[in-house]
Design a protein around this ligand. Structure first.
Ligand code: F6R
Length: 608
């Protein structure tokens, strides 16, 4: 949603903060700001637009001397993107500066009370109430003032705070929005995410909900919401530093598309041992797995789409009824938790507000929660009963690719493991599936080597206004993702349909030249999807068919055909998504758009 970076130490703070913010820009990029203690006062600069505007304005921080500061890159929620609404926000006396990620839900009420007391508001943000409340409660002890504010605000927040009275200190606090503290010999850092500090330190403390930290050159002190001192143990980050760089690719998205074979290998290899699937992290006994009555998968966006594939695969192989729900719907519909059921939350970031709320609701109803998460130590990972990590590494591009692919493979592992234990597939079939699973990364590498064919096709469709994706079964689940990928980065309107649904309404939109991407990789459903291709072609549609090599007759039906290699039907999504990711990428590139940072979006949606 928004990115926070702060530094106190022996080095000039502003360049370090700006560097940190540049690694967090995926979290928000409509405005940015920074506040640095310059020896006398808190010097603040803010600028609407991308971080580079602020960077140039401050000559990469050179115009902001000082060794202690906080910065922010914003994704607007309350108040439009503008210089004034950009963070930091300060009190009237310029003695307290605050950066905030999250939403203060009761800010309207708090603001009215503060206004009655004479406080004047400069911005339209919810964050500004924090600066004024801190002023109201400050009696010389910053931690006490922060505590009092935390007891009164509702909503989510990660905060970075500076007090002019305590110029060589940074304060930070969190509730339901991520925040880490890093330390090394030369300084201390706060950040919303690891890439911001990775080039300086690998020693981090994960802030828990309702914790406060005070950082100075001498100490790192943690407190709970009641101001009591607490001990925390640091963790060591073992990420490869280059993982968060573009490494020669024009965009993070293209790099991450190419990283998929490795990411999948890293996700499945440690879990395949001696021709068996070992999921030690599962937190469920074999008997509990055999007794499972129902699985509910809850997630948002692309993660939800992997859940739709997960449903097909789990039901097909393990014969367990599976329900898939959007977290934003699930959390408010008073869901039923049947005894013997398992809830699976899927999330790349592990911080998505709706998914986290669904998790908490399930736990409050004593439902066992397993999460499939990419970011180690994230809120969803920490609060679940068990976590299966996807080992995709840092994903920077807002449009997910490699995390999506890893989530799919975790569902394959789960389905196969459950199927074997429940005796719903034979040992021989298990072995065949295992062999196919191991082969997927090589097959994806092969597909990536043919990307020019997709670029060629994409270049012909740069001016298209509407695209329809259709498929059946797993192909439909795949279409949901192909369509989302395209629309989010190309801004072309696209829709995904279960191919059999088209004739119940949407077919009226088909006219001469309408582009339809028809995915037909499921052998049993192939003739059905071909019939749907014929239906739309009769209405003038131009059809790009995506199928497997045995189905060469697709050339008799579709106008343009892309082939993907054959694998087990239930794993086909992992192969057919590759051309669709590349298609979205090349259309966005051809339209001259910002592939990695599409408008109005943020990588991590930590607010409702
Ligand atoms: C689309 C995309 C989003 C996310 C969704 C959930 O490319 O990335 O749809 O999948 O916002 O995010 P996570 O997985 O972090 O919970």
């Amino acid at each position: 949603m928004c990115g926070i970076a702060g530094y106190i130490g022996k080095e000039p703070a502003a360049p370090i903060i700006l560097d940190g913010l540049s690694k967090l820009e995926y979290r928000g990029y409509d405005s940015a700001g920074i506040a640095v203690f310059d020896g006398e006062s808190i010097h603040m600069e803010k600028a609407m637009g991308r971080l580079r505007v602020l960077d140039e304005m401050t000559r990469h921080g050179a115009l902001l001397p000082g060794f202690c500061g906080i910065g922010h890159t914003r994704w607007a929620t309350h108040g439009c993107p503008s210089d004034t609404n950009a963070h930091p926000h300060m009190n009237a006396e310029n003695t307290i500066a605050v950066v905030h990620n999250g939403i203060i839900e009761n800010y309207g009420k708090l603001k009215r009370r503060l206004e009655q007391k004479g406080y004047r508001f400069a911005s339209e943000t919810d964050t500004e109430v924090l600066a004024h409340m801190l002023t109201e409660y400050y009696r010389g002890d910053p931690v006490e003032a922060i505590e009092k504010v935390m007891h009164r605000v509702e909503g989510s927040y990660a905060l970075g705070i500076m007090f002019l009275d305590h110029p060589h200190h940074i304060y930070a606090a969190r509730k339901d929005s991520p925040l880490i503290v890093g330390t090394d010999d030369t300084g201390k850092f706060i950040a919303s995410d690891v890439p911001a500090i990775l080039q300086y330190t690998r020693t981090v403390y994960y802030m828990e909900n309702e914790e406060i930290v005070c950082l100075s050159n001498e100490h790192t002190r943690f407190f709970n919401i009641d101001g009591e001192s607490i001990e925390k143990t640091p963790a060591t980050i073992d990420w490869d530093i280059h993982a968060a760089e573009k490494g020669g690719y024009e965009h993070f998205m293209l790099k991450e598309i190419h990283e998929q074979p490795k990411a999948i290998r890293d996700t499945i290899s440690p879990r395949i041992r001696e021709d068996d699937i070992v999921l030690e992290e599962l937190g469920l006994s074999d008997d509990a797995i055999r007794a499972l009555q129902k699985i509910t998968i809850v997630a948002c966006g692309s993660a939800y789409h992997t859940g739709v594939t997960g449903k097909y695969v789990l039901e097909e192989l393990a014969r367990i009824p599976v329900e898939v729900d959007l977290a934003s719907e699930f959390r408010y519909r008073n869901p039923l938790y049947a005894p013997g059921s398992l809830l699976i939350i899927v999330s790349q970031s592990g911080e998505t507000a709706d998914s986290l709320a669904a998790l908490r609701d399930a736990k409050a109803h004593n439902c066992h929660v397993l999460s499939i998460v990419n970011v180690v130590g994230s809120s969803i990972a920490r609060e679940s009963d068990a976590v299966l990590y996807t080992w995709a590494g840092p994903e920077i591009s807002v449009a997910t690719t490699k995390a999506y692919s890893c989530q799919l493979t975790v569902f394959y592992l789960l389905a196969m493991k459950f199927a074997r234990l429940r005796g719903t597939i034979t040992p021989r079939r298990f072995q065949t599936l295992l062999d196919a699973l191991r082969l997927l990364p090589d097959q994806i590498e092969g597909l990536l080597s043919q990307k020019e064919k997709i670029q060629f096709f994409a270049n012909h469709y740069l001016a298209t206004e509407h695209i329809f994706f259709m498929g059946r079964g797993i192909d439909y689940a795949l279409c949901l993702e192909g369509s989302l990928k395209l629309k989010e980065i190309s801004y072309i309107h696209s829709e995904a349909y279960a191919a059999g649904e088209l004739k119940h309404g949407t077919i009226s939109l088909m006219e001469e030249g309408t582009l339809v991407v028809a995915v037909a990789t499921q052998d049993a459903l192939y003739p059905k999807t071909v019939s749907n291709i014929v239906e739309v072609k009769t209405r003038g549609a131009f059809v790009m068919g995506l199928t497997t090599l045995p189905h060469r007759d697709m050339e008799n039906h579709a106008d343009y055909v892309l082939y993907v290699p054959q694998t087990e039907n239930c794993f086909m999504g992992s192969l057919s998504i590759i051309p669709l990711q590349l298609f979205a990428y090349y259309v966005s590139l051809g339209r001259g758009l910002d592939v990695d940072k599409p408008r109005n979006l943020a990588k991590s949606v930590t607010v409702e």
